[in-house]
Design a protein around this ligand. Structure first.
Ligand code: SF4
Length: 820
């Protein structure tokens, strides 16, 4: 093996200890850099992250005397020993208004042990230690703002970590070096008791035991050898392997500062920094975030990326780097440009990294759960926009520009793995779960490429025709004994305080609405409702009979798998027998709702008492078997993640391969405002705009050759969303609806009806041809099509109060005539 032969295929978990130690002898060769960059790409693809933060120097007093430090000051040199809490809060609130999500608390080590001024100031505020005061201030930040504290408090005991964990999303301490030699006389840590590597490693270990997402790193160029750097990194890795809590490793280069003992000491050159970044990457493998502060290396950022870095750390649009005040943060636009010059896409992260967000109940104190969920997307990164499904928020300009391919001309090239996955999807190959997850993580030019591929496929499979159907939603009751945590529609005992009164439509009202819909040009009624405790399978049969009597030629699209399951169960029938009865009664197709996310881990939180994944799929398989086709949906963006989305798509795909019964796939973004689980602080704020667009685009790619119709929900996506989706794989805008109540109950504002003129206007503005279809994607009946264009205004609906529940929903033909 050559000197660098062992670098050709480094395992994802990094080099062995023996090989890592050999790195100390290796120069900063291209082979080293290339191996590190490849390893980084395996873990982070084309992304380089940063955290938008505000820097809070709670106190500049410190009992240590590190020879390179200008942060620590003596009491004589400062106006106040500690920042008052009100000053901190004011600063954090300004930062919050500038989009900062992290408050980085930095402070000297235990100054009260050295300075009377510190002791007196603390006593005056009612605290005995700096860390007690820190816990108080961080707690106020947490309760009075949405910003997440990250605490760098130096060496800590178990008790101190336990005190700070409920008020911080993450903590950190720089190891700096594991070499005790640097504490000897004449060395930079001499006289600094807290720089004893054993004490610092003990703190890092305690944080691991306490399940604190943790940051550490090394400081290079302060007199340590390369071997000592490798040993320091290995010491950190050993702790991480035991506890899994290190979320990032910082490689910080020493900068000589005037008025310090090391003012004239040589700074490490660029090669030294690049070598160390590459070595850190090779030691920690593909999954660890390797970070270097961008303000300490101006002008060479692309080279740092090329050495295997994937994170720039905290960057503040507001406060300077108080540890290196001579080195200003780069402007975020500059950082994005420099990152793009390295072929990467800059994106934001939280102070707590995605894998810890995903497992937040283990890694975060309950006091932090809601805050972290509030900020997160399905990957555990910050939801990058304010867009909320069903609301009137502007779609983010950057995503719209990427969709229009304007920004992508300037953006870095599309990642190689994305190109390969897209090529496989275009060939209609089945994508793996990991491939689908990767598509959901696409950002920047990768995002644009996924949408472009979906758009190309849409063009190939469906041409330029965009369809819609004239339909009426009839939600026959909002009484429901299920407790789906996302549902603001149902009214059971527990939810009577939610919007609207409990109702249960009479057979006459159902018939009246269907007849009116027919007169207004509808070719379909879509019927779903709550699961009323008194409904049985016979109720659903009666509803179908009522509709048949009222509107014999209307297509009846009704009953989700939950209703079918419950109907069959209450009659003691197997699914196929019951579905056959529904079909004979006049049911034509089934809506694919109640699917939510077909992943039982998600369902256990979201809708624990509902049918499970297997049961939903069993109803659909049985329906397809008896000749009832159906749609499929996904309701996403709450407590789920990209893996659960991928599983959902694959489960629908697998069934479709067997039955071919799905006519369309309908992504339904979670509408949070009135959803109980969101109001309780236990769900995210719905998908980001990027995620909502991607759900449609990825579905188009996953279902290539199997499901041709990908539908956008105008109720949830709004005008801008629909427009964007028409460039991202969507070929259908769903129904005109006439009465939309379920999403409105959840807080949506996009209206109740989208009449044909409105639908067709949207479609024409996108340069496509409008097509009024029937449920099965044939042409709408010409007579109904004509009627739909001159429909009279809808008459007022009558929501029969629920206490007037009627045992039978079936009305006779004579009754129908009487209600005309
Ligand atoms: S989603 Fe459906 S089953 Fe669940 S509570 Fe709402 S109405 Fe009931």
């Amino acid at each position: 093996m050559t000197a660098t032969g062992y670098l050709t295929e480094v395992a994802a978990e990094g080099l062995s200890e023996a090989d890592a130690l050999r790195l100390a002898e290796l120069s900063d060769s291209p082979a080293l850099m290339q191996a590190a960059a490849q390893l980084r790409d395996r873990g982070f693809n084309n992304g380089v992250s940063y955290s938008r933060k505000v820097f809070i120097p709670l106190t500049h007093l410190c009992r240590d005397v590190c020879h390179y430090c200008t942060f620590a000051k003596t009491p004589k040199k400062i106006e106040q020993a500690y920042l008052p809490v009100e000053q901190v809060l004011a600063q954090v609130k300004v930062a919050e208004s500038m989009g900062c999500k992290e408050a980085l608390f930095t402070l000297g080590e235990k100054p009260e042990l050295r300075y009377r001024a510190a002791r007196e100031a603390l006593a005056q505020m009612g605290f005995s230690t700096t860390l007690e005061y820190l816990a108080h201030v961080a707690g106020r930040v947490l309760t009075e703002t949405n910003v997440l504290p990250h605490i760098n408090a130096g060496c800590m005991s178990d008790e101190e970590i336990a005190m700070l964990r409920p008020v911080s999303a993450s903590m950190g301490i720089m190891l700096e070096s594991a070499s005790a030699r640097l504490c000897e006389k004449g060395m930079p840590h001499y006289g600094s008791p807290d720089k004893d590597p054993e004490l610092r490693l003990a703190t890092i270990e305690r944080a691991g035991r306490a399940a604190v997402p943790f940051t550490s790193g090394i400081l290079i160029g302060i007199g340590e050898t390369r071997l000592e750097r490798v040993e320091s990194l290995l010491a950190l890795r050993a702790l991480h392997r035991r506890y899994g809590h290190l979320q990032e490793v910082i490689v910080q280069n020493f900068r000589a500062k005037p008025n310090t003992k090391m003012a004239t000491a040589p700074e490490p050159d660029l090669n030294e920094l690049l070598w160390t970044i590459a070595v850190a990457r090779l030691i920690f493998g593909s999954q660890m975030s390797i970070q270097a502060p961008p303000n300490l290396s101006p002008g060479v950022l692309p080279q740092l990326v090329a050495a295997g870095l994937n994170d720039w750390g905290g960057v503040s649009p507001l406060t300077p780097d108080f540890v290196n005040p001579e080195a200003p943060w780069p402007h975020l636009e500059t950082l994005a440009r420099e990152t793009a010059a390295a072929g990467k896409h800059l994106h934001e992260r939280l102070t707590i990294y995605p894998r810890y967000v995903q497992d937040y109940s283990r890694w975060l104190d309950p006091a932090l759960h809601t805050k972290v969920l509030h900020y997160s997307d399905g990957q555990g990164l910050p939801k990058e926009d304010d867009w909320v499904a069903g609301q009137d928020f502007e779609a983010p300009a950057v995503d719209l520009a990427l969709l229009a391919s304007e920004a992508s001309k300037l953006a870095p090239a599309v990642s190689a793995d994305i190109q390969n996955i897209l090529a496989a999807a275009m060939r209609a190959e089945a994508l793996s779960e990991d491939n689908i997850i990767r598509l959901f993580t696409a950002r920047g030019s990768d995002f644009a490429a996924v949408c472009r591929a979906a758009n190309t496929l849409r063009q190939q499979r469906c041409g330029d025709r965009v369809s819609y159907v004239v339909t009426r939603n009839i939600n026959y009751t909002n009484v429901c004994y299920f407790k789906c945590q996302f549902c603001a529609f149902s009214k059971g005992k527990l939810s009577e305080n939610l919007r609207g009164r409990p109702y249960d439509l009479s057979g006459e009202e159902i018939a009246r609405r269907a007849k009116e819909a027919w007169q207004r040009g509808a070719s379909e009624v879509c019927m779903q409702g709550g699961i009323h405790p008194e409904y049985t399978g016979q109720t659903y049969l009666d509803i179908v009979a009522t509709l048949r009597a009222a509107t014999p030629d209307m297509h009846i699209h009704a009953f989700s798998p939950l209703e079918v399951w419950q109907g069959a169960e209450t009659l003691g029938l197997d699914l196929e027998t019951y579905l056959r009865q529904l079909k004979e009664a006049g049911l034509h197709t089934l809506p694919g709702t109640a699917a939510e996310v077909l992943d039982d881990e998600v369902r256990a939180v979201l809708c624990p008492d509902k049918i499970n994944t297997e049961q939903w799929l069993a109803v659909m398989a049985a329906a397809h078997k008896v000749g009832l086709r159906s749609t499929a949906t996904i309701m996403y963006g709450h407590v789920d993640n990209y893996r659960s989305w991928a599983r959902h798509l694959l489960r629908v795909r697998t069934l479709q391969e067997k039955t071919g019964g799905f006519t369309e796939f309908v992504p339904l973004p979670f509408v949070p405002p009135e959803a109980p689980i969101y109001l309780k602080g236990r769900a995210r704020r719905g998908p980001s705009f990027r995620e909502a667009i991607l759900m449609h685009a990825v579905a188009r790619l996953v279902f290539n050759g199997l499901i041709d119709n990908i539908q956008a929900s105008w109720v949830k996506m709004g005008e801008q969303g629909v427009e964007a989706l028409l460039n991202a794989g969507v070929n259908d805008l769903g129904g005109t609806l006439m009465n939309e109540t379920i999403t409105r109950a959840a807080g949506a504002v996009h209206g109740q009806e989208a009449a044909p003129e409105l639908m067709e206007g949207r479609i024409r503005r996108a340069g496509r041809q409008a097509f009024q279809r029937n449920t099965l994607y044939g042409s709408a009946d010409p007579q109904q099509n004509l009627r739909s264009r001159s429909a009279a205004p809808l008459s007022e609906v009558v929501n029969t109060p629920a206490h007037k529940y009627e045992r039978s929903k079936q009305i006779s033909t004579e009754d129908v005539i009487a209600t005309s």
